[in-house]
Ligand binder design. Structure first.
Ligand code: ZN
Length: 201
């Protein structure tokens, strides 16, 4: 049963717990969720809420970033890459290195200042797991810095944020349609299948 979500913080924790659930299943190459994945999600959600667990720092993501090939995060192209703000600058995204990803010219201009989920929704797709993870961490950083974690969820649509909080998925992430990472077609190096998302203090 889904927990009662009352604050922005709980909304984000639940989204992160879903991510952990999906990550755990993906790591094992599961095609369907099993009871263990539900347990992982519940434990994660509870732990985040009570403060016994925390969202892991972006440091791990940075380490991972050094392992993957330099290519567009959105489509895997290696052509005309530039640095793109994951959370659009025009919408209030920061110049923090964590907010930069590689994007090809085509994706960069197609995304424009749109929110990540808004853009993917328009394409009828869901962003790769690793992008959602990074994005969510940026959202956490922002929500914590702005003191939004305790804000009531009912006011969600009134909140002026650089992201569409309402589009952050808290339902099941479909294992069939979500990728871990978008690799260039010609890439034959090591692939991430077990990027740890576990949350320990
Ligand atoms: Zn691209």
């Amino acid at each position: 049963m889904a927990p009662k979500i009352e604050t922005v913080g709980q909304h984000l924790y639940y989204a992160y717990a879903r991510l952990g659930q999906c990550d755990a299943a993906k790591q094992k190459g599961c095609e369907k969720y099993s009871p263990i994945h539900f347990m992982i999600m519940n434990k994660l959600y509870k732990g985040l809420n009570t403060g016994t667990m925390s969202v892991r720092s972006l440091y791990d993501d940075e380490k991972l970033r050094m392992k993957v090939p330099q290519a567009c995060y959105y489509c895997g192209s290696r052509e005309s890459l530039s640095l793109d703000h994951l959370v659009a600058k025009k919408m209030g995204g920061s110049d923090d290195p964590a907010n930069f990803i590689y994007a090809c010219k085509t994706c960069n201009s197609a995304k424009g200042k749109k929110d990540l989920f808004e853009w993917y929704q328009g394409k009828g797709k869901i962003p790769p797991l690793m992008i959602i993870k990074r994005y969510l961490k940026l959202v956490f950083q922002y929500a914590e810095a702005q003191g939004l974690m305790e804000a009531p969820i009912e006011n969600l649509s009134d909140l002026e944020t650089p992201f569409r909080l309402d589009l952050i998925p808290t339902s099941y992430l479909d294992l069939q349609s979500i990728d871990y990472w978008v690799y260039p077609e010609d890439y034959d190096g090591e692939r991430i299948g077990a990027a740890e998302i576990s949350v320990k203090k």
